[in-house]
Design a protein around this ligand. Structure first.
Ligand code: GDP
Length: 714
């Protein structure tokens, strides 16, 4: 079976935005123009195609990243089969509690359209998402939306992109009119004006630039051409010699620059008023990369640990990344995957290189706006979903068993908030365990644990809303009713200096005795060392845990080393101050002794655990707390109240600025001070200020606060 779309005619992209910037509306328009839907569901009616989960509809935010396939025929070429391009659009949420979704989709996307609110310009989550996209080196097109709104300004929003995101952004268009009078756009490369007429603005009408815009357009056109030719020395010279550069060459050079993250083109429009979206889609085809434009992906051969690569070609062995598990009401569990090389057929067996197990692929589907298309074979560069996988989770690599490869895992942030959850009835009890497991399989930032003393279930996640939605889904999808406790901050513990301790565990009570003896040294982990550069006897998992075995001459026999490590891990999980998990510690086993008859695994585990606790108490232990980055937008008259209130919350105010008529305050504030903040801000400002918050880093809790925390845990 041959592929139906050449690799060059595939675009895998996502639409990323700060919440409310218009991502859903833009996606809706895209599905309309690409001919997949003919009825536009307005957001407030809860009928959007991409938001197909119940509570997403209610909350009006998109939680899950569904991949949707559609086809686009550019506005400036003839409508024929060979001109169609296949879009696989990955929907990403704007709300910061779900950045995990943004991160995971960025991993499998080749490009992104970043949507901005034309009144607010760059907002906090645009910044966070932009940073993630930088890390993933994803080429981007910017779309300044909502230019029809009162107070909209293309220039101000464009400047906020240049100032706060990247100075390599460049105007591709300017709006014709603004606010109520926003009519269309001027394309600064083609030097034409575009209007959008007919039903849903589906007729794109090209005409000459009106007199009054000509001077401005000419100036920006020159700036744009200069920015493009800068990327090619030969072109630059021709340009400086005054030669006319053909349009095709300019577009080709621009395409290369966008793919290299050297230029971020900026477009203008209003999704709601049906203006500009089609031209953004043309730009996706013209400037965002096809899978074939990308370098081969890197991975590790699990048989020998060596680096291997896979190029974007059907001829290479099959390699794919599972990036999302989603329960589908019609076909069951879907595993969304992106193929990097080779192809996969329905009904075949594949190898999960992450777990080392074989899986049978049942059916495969591609989600379209209103249907699930069954597919027999999925080729390199494509995105689709498998039905029927059993043991594959987010971030696992699927591949050809004879040519195994493990692709780099998607890294997820650690949860910062947790709460106790208790089933309402006996019947709920059994279902709850299963429901929580299913939900945590889907979402790697959602964790389940048990309080060992009370045996209560604790769930942890990225924010209050995140956990609220989990509890909500449990009720709806699994029919489990539960009582939940108050959200608690996920504190951690660590040490601040080096220390050593020795413990001898001996028991002589008739029969066989117990004997375990260890000396260990602990210190804060040096995070500046690259994981690859560590010596052989150092074992490090991320930067939170390190174990060094420097035993010489078998003074502690090899078989007792793993129990020592286990004893340390258990002690770290229990903490030494307030019962919170200890992190970022390097533990070294450097001496000890054993007894021929009495030594056992358990004796060494206990000895190590005791020694670790003793060492940790001497190593300047501290409690760590999550610090949040908070942004508050408020009318000037409430500035004093807002900042005064922040100061009472141990906040560090980092900046004050302006956004249109409003003031913007940014601060770093401990999460423990921020519960219920949205409500108190509302009452403080007559409901006129708004705030956003996201996790920034963990920091040491001040002494007096630490004492209260320790006291409360007794
Ligand atoms: P999302 O949260 O980024 O998905 O944003 P939505 O698409 O849900 O839009 C948020 C709100 O802004 C909704 O009430 C939309 O109707 C409105 N909106 C979206 N695009 C535009 C636009 O171009 N102009 C105006 N005036 N409102 C818009």
């Amino acid at each position: 079976m041959e592929r139906d779309y050449p690799l060059e005619k595939v675009r895998n992209f996502g639409i990323i935005a700060h919440i409310d910037a218009g991502k859903t509306t833009t996606s809706e328009r895209i599905l309309y123009y690409t001919g997949m839907t003919h009825k536009i569901g307005e957001v407030h009616e809860g009928e959007t195609v991409t938001d197909w989960m119940e509570q997403e509809r209610e909350r009006g935010i998109t939680i899950t990243a569904a991949a949707i396939t559609c086809f686009w025929n550019k506005t400036d070429v003839s409508k024929s089969k060979e001109n169609f391009v296949r879009f696989n659009i990955i929907d990403t949420p704007g709300h910061i509690d779900f950045t995990v979704e943004v991160k995971r989709s960025l991993r499998v996307l080749d490009g992104a359209v970043v949507v901005f609110d034309g009144v607010a310009g760059v907002e906090p989550q645009s910044e966070t998402n932009w940073r993630y996209a930088d890390e993933a080196q994803v080429p981007r097109i910017c779309f300044i939306n909502k230019l029809d709104r009162t107070g909209a300004s293309f220039e101000r929003s464009y400047k906020s992109i240049l100032d706060r995101l990247n100075s390599k952004a460049v105007r591709m268009q300017i709006p014709v009119g603004l606010e109520d009078e926003f009519e269309g756009v001027i394309d600064l490369l083609k030097m034409k004006m575009f209007m959008f007429e007919g039903e849903m603005g589906s007729n794109v009408i090209e005409s000459d630039i009106p007199e009054k815009y000509q001077a401005e357009a000419k100036q920006y056109h020159n700036e744009l051409v200069e920015r493009i030719v800068e990327n090619d020395e030969k072109l630059m010279n021709e340009y400086l010699e005054g030669k006319e550069i053909p349009m095709e060459i300019l577009k080709k050079t621009l395409r290369k620059a966008v793919i290299a993250n050297e230029i971020f083109p900026v477009y203008a429009g209003s999704a709601l008023k049906n203006k500009g979206v089609q031209l953004v889609l043309d730009a996706v085809v013209d400037y965002l990369p096809a899978p074939s434009d990308l370098p081969p992906v890197k991975g590790i051969d699990p048989r020998n640990g060596e680096e291997v690569t896979r190029g974007p070609s059907d001829k290479e062995p099959f390699a794919a990344l599972a990036f999302k598990l989603q329960a589908d009401p019609f076909v069951g569990q879907l595993t969304f995957f992106r193929v990097y090389s080779g192809s996969v057929e329905a009904g075949s067996y594949i190898y999960n290189a992450t777990t080392g197990t074989k899986e049978r692929v049942g059916r495969m589907v591609r989600l379209q706006a209103d249907q699930r298309e069954e597919v027999k074979k999925v080729f390199a560069g494509e995105i689709a979903a498998m039905v029927g996988l059993k043991d594959t989770k987010t971030s696992h690599t699927l591949c050809d068993e004879a040519n195994p490869i493990v692709l780099e895992e998607i890294k997820f942030p650690e949860p910062v908030i947790s709460l106790r959850i208790e089933p309402k009835t006996k019947a709920d009890q059994e279902k709850m365990g299963m429901a929580l497991k299913k939900l945590s399989d889907e979402d790697p930032t959602f964790r389940i644990s048990t309080d060992e003393e009370t045996m209560e279930t604790i769930i942890s996640g990225m924010g209050e809303l995140h956990l609220e939605i989990i509890v909500d889904r449990m009720k709806r999808e699994f029919n489990v009713d539960a009582n939940v406790g108050k959200p608690q901050v996920a504190y951690k513990e660590t040490i601040t200096r080096e220390s050593e301790a020795e413990h001898k565990y001996i028991k002589q009570t008739g029969g066989r005795g117990q004997y375990g003896h260890v000396k260990i040294r602990i210190k804060p982990i040096d995070k500046n060392v690259d994981l690859e550069d560590l010596p052989k006897n150092v074992k490090r998992k991320d930067h939170h845990f390190e174990f060094i075995n420097s035993i010489k001459g078998g003074v502690v026999p090899q078989e007792f080393i793993p129990p020592v490590e286990k004893g340390i891990i258990e002690a770290m999980d229990r903490g030494v101050q307030a019962g919170y998990k200890m992190v970022d510690i390097s533990s070294e086993l450097y001496d000890g002794s054993y007894h021929d008859v009495d030594s056992s695994e358990i004796a060494f585990k206990i000895a190590a655990s005791q020694a670790f606790q003793e060492a940790a108490r001497k190593a300047g232990p501290v409690i760590l707390e999550p610090i949040m980055k908070v942004e508050i937008v408020t009318p000037e008259q409430f500035m004093g109240d807002v900042t005064g209130n922040l100061s009472s919350k141990r906040a560090q105010i980092e900046g004050m600025g302006e956004r249109g008529m409003l003031k913007v305050v940014t601060a770093k504030v401990p999460l423990s001070e921020m519960f219920g903040y949205t409500t108190s801000l509302r009452s403080m400002t007559e409901g006129r200020a708004s705030s956003t918050m996201e996790f920034d880093h963990y920091d040491i809790v001040p002494q007096n606060v630490a004492l209260t925390i320790i006291e409360s845990r007794k």
